[in-house]
Design a protein around this ligand. Structure first.
Ligand SMILES: [Zn+2]
Ligand SMILES: [Zn+2]
Length: 671
């Protein structure tokens, strides 16, 4: 950080030259309530153009800025005569594309925080402005709050002594259906809880303010951060609370709590700067509004004194817009550089990663209080098939679930495991860069669980982006109950609810450990019978098995599990005679024909013991496959990865016969 003395000055200067022509891209409530009034009042700025897809939003902002022309089209907005600078206030994921086109059109950019959902996008924003020779700044309004300018002065003058810590509480109440006007007025969807558009939750939205402000107050950079996230109150896919600690270059510490889960009636906008001579306490200064209270507590006397804050009635947005406009006119230079903002984004990304990889603390603490019931005995539940199974299974409580990012195998452990048994098995390969294990919360943020009815009554669940080998999980509906065969790496709450709407799950099974996926989630949620071949029982550590079988097992609706061995000792397939479909597991692998964009046609088939490591099956194993498949009627073959309509009994047996004639091989037989 260069010359903090010069750069962190109060932003309120005298205007110079003609007013800067401004446009606003994105006219949500922050613009309506804060940015637009500030632009209307600024002495060196004039609002000329507004851009938003919603006519209602344009109308609402237009009431404050009647001179500004409304636009729903980006190109005509950018061509507005006299337009020099654009205030970008869209959802975060649109910042980069908008900054790019604004810069290419020669417009300077003042962009809402956080810069972007990722550091890479933020870097690209700054680079795009550099290439185009336009000025970029992030609209951190709180830098320009009068109380913070006064506080900065206290730090710089030494009035606080040696600063040891900055403590921040910055929180609000943001339920999933939150809207700025409590359900009336603006009715936009709450993008702040959508990971795809916001890039995160409470942390992403609120923490950058404190990180930036704390650095601006002390005039030095944070060089280390650590974070913990929670999803404690609201059932949305982003964190609803976070704590962050950090260390400044000079050795002072930062402590910050941000949250979407703090009732608005509590003290929730608090900033303290602790020094050896005095401590400054700013109340209700963080946020969008001017005002608030600034007090100092003397170390010598303990006396608490309120300070006069010059300019305390001025909106921080007004100060920021005037400072940026003045900079564009060649007056006093803007006191923050894009490098400052990128540094803050680096801290955000670092903390984000730590917050995400933290084990699921909430679940452990809650489970601690789950007893076994008043009688001390496990409750028994009747299954659809008349057996009785315990509702709570021993060994399930107090364990975290961890997914191996290399292969997708889940383990339940007291703490993050240091190895994955599937990766260390000779059929698989070790992760080149070491293990990475992901908690369910992380998976929830990282992947989208999607489903599709691939045949009538057969749903395929998968995740995007792929995780590990990323098998699909199938749910097969029968009149006698639903069967889940194979598991996808993660089932989102929406997916579980969809399964619930289909009648839940009565039976769970899988061909072999590579395709267990997150079956443990279905087991925990629906308490089904769990059937696995006895030879693979040792792998089922993330869920309990209620029904081990030997050669075969009849399931509801005429479905049947058949043991094949081969790829795994307990490898099994599921036959659906009604749909003439064989869920074949990894007994064969199908190559999808490029000519069929629907992915339902195969043009090559292979069978192996270990595809990745190129190990063929033995003749005995091939003969066993043949014995099992020959009596089955099927014209479709569903592996955990492909669902092909043109591969049936004939094609599969041909492959086995070719292999049995000569030396077993791992290569593909063209169809
Ligand atoms: Zn693994
Ligand atoms: Zn496999």
């Amino acid at each position: 950080m260069v010359d903090a003395e010069v750069r962190f000055v109060s932003a309120v200067g005298e205007p110079s030259g003609r007013p800067v022509g401004w446009g606003i891209a994105g006219c949500g409530w922050v613009v309506r309530d804060f940015v637009a009034p500030a632009l209307g009042e600024a002495r060196n700025a004039r609002a000329l153009a507004l851009l938003d897809p919603s006519a209602d939003s344009l109308r609402a902002v237009g009431e404050t800025l009647p001179e500004a022309r409304p636009h729903t089209d980006l190109a005509t907005f950018l061509h507005a005569p006299g337009l020099e600078a654009v205030y970008i206030a869209t959802p975060n994921h649109l910042h980069l594309p908008l900054v790019r086109v604004c810069a290419e059109a020669g417009k300077h950019v003042l962009c809402e925080k956080p810069m972007a959902p990722t550091l890479d996008e933020a870097r690209e924003m700054v680079a795009a402005c550099r290439r185009a020779g336009v000025v970029y700044a992030t609209a951190f309004d709180q830098r320009f709050h009068a109380a913070h300018a006064k506080l900065r002065e206290l730090v710089r003058s030494g009035a606080l002594g040696t600063v040891t810590a900055v403590r921040i509480r910055y929180a609000c109440w943001l339920p999933p259906d939150w809207s700025p006007d409590g359900g009336t007025g603006e009715r936009r969807e709450n993008w702040r809880i959508d990971p795809a558009r916001a890039g995160g939750g409470a942390f992403m939205d609120l923490a950058p303010h404190g990180l930036d402000l704390a650095q601006s107050l002390l005039g030095e950079r944070l060089v280390e951060v650590r974070a913990l996230f929670q999803r404690r109150v609201f059932d949305y896919p982003v964190e609803d609370g976070a704590v962050l600690i950090g260390r400044f270059a000079g050795g002072a510490l930062l402590e910050q709590h941000v949250a979407y889960n703090t009732p608005e009636s509590f003290p929730r906008r608090e900033l303290e700067v602790v020094g050896t001579r005095a401590m400054a306490v700013a109340t209700d200064t963080m946020g969008q509004t001017p005002g608030g209270r600034l007090e100092v507590i003397s170390a010598a006397s303990g006396e608490r004194r309120a300070l006069d804050v010059p300019g305390s009635e001025r909106s921080p947005f007004l100060n920021g817009i005037e400072a940026f406009s003045e900079h564009l006119r060649g007056g006093r230079s803007f006191p923050y550089t894009p490098e400052d903002d990128l540094h803050t984004m680096e801290l955000v990304e670092l903390a984000n990663r730590q917050g995400e990889t933290e084990p699921e603390v909430r679940r452990v603490s809650e489970k601690r209080y789950i007893g076994t019931g008043s009688s001390g005995e496990s409750r028994l539940r009747e299954t659809p098939h008349g057996s009785r199974i315990p509702d709570e299974w021993p060994g399930e409580a107090d364990l975290g679930a961890y997914l191996c990012a290399n292969c997708g195998f889940w383990q339940k452990r007291f703490r993050e495991p240091d190895r994955c048994p599937v990766c260390e098995d000779s059929r698989h390969v070790l992760p080149e860069r070491g293990y990475e294990f992901l908690a369910p919360e992380v998976m929830d943020r990282r992947v989208e669980c999607v489903w599709e009815e691939v045949e009538e009554g057969v749903w395929r669940f998968s995740v995007a982006p792929a995780v590990g080998i990323s098998p699909s999980g199938y749910l097969v509906a029968t009149p006698e109950g639903n069967v889940a065969f194979e598991g996808c790496p993660f089932y989102s709450e929406a997916a579980l609810r969809h399964i619930e709407s289909l009648g839940g799950v009565d039976f769970v099974s899988a061909s072999h450990p590579h395709t267990y996926g997150a079956l443990w989630q279905l087991v925990e949620r629906f308490r089904p019978e769990v059937a696995l071949h006895r030879d693979d029982l040792g792998w089922a550590t993330a869920f309990g098995v209620t029904w081990p079988f030997d050669k075969s097992l009849d399931l509801p609706g005429g479905l049947r599990l058949l043991h094949t061995g081969g790829h795994f000792p307990g490898h099994a397939v599921m036959h659906d005679p009604g749909r003439r479909t064989l869920f074949i597991g990894d007994a064969v692998k199908l190559e999808l024909a490029a000519s069929d964009p629907t992915g339902r046609t195969s043009d090559g088939i292979s069978a192996h013991k270990a595809f990745v490591r190129r190990v063929p099956l033995t003749k005995g194993e091939l003969r066993r496959y043949r014995e099992v498949f020959a009596p089955l009627e099927f014209t479709q073959t569903f592996t955990p990865f492909e669902q092909c309509r043109n591969v049936g009994r004939e094609e599969v047996l041909k492959l086995l016969d070719v292999q049995l004639e000569g030396r077993p091989f791992v290569g593909v037989l063209p169809l």
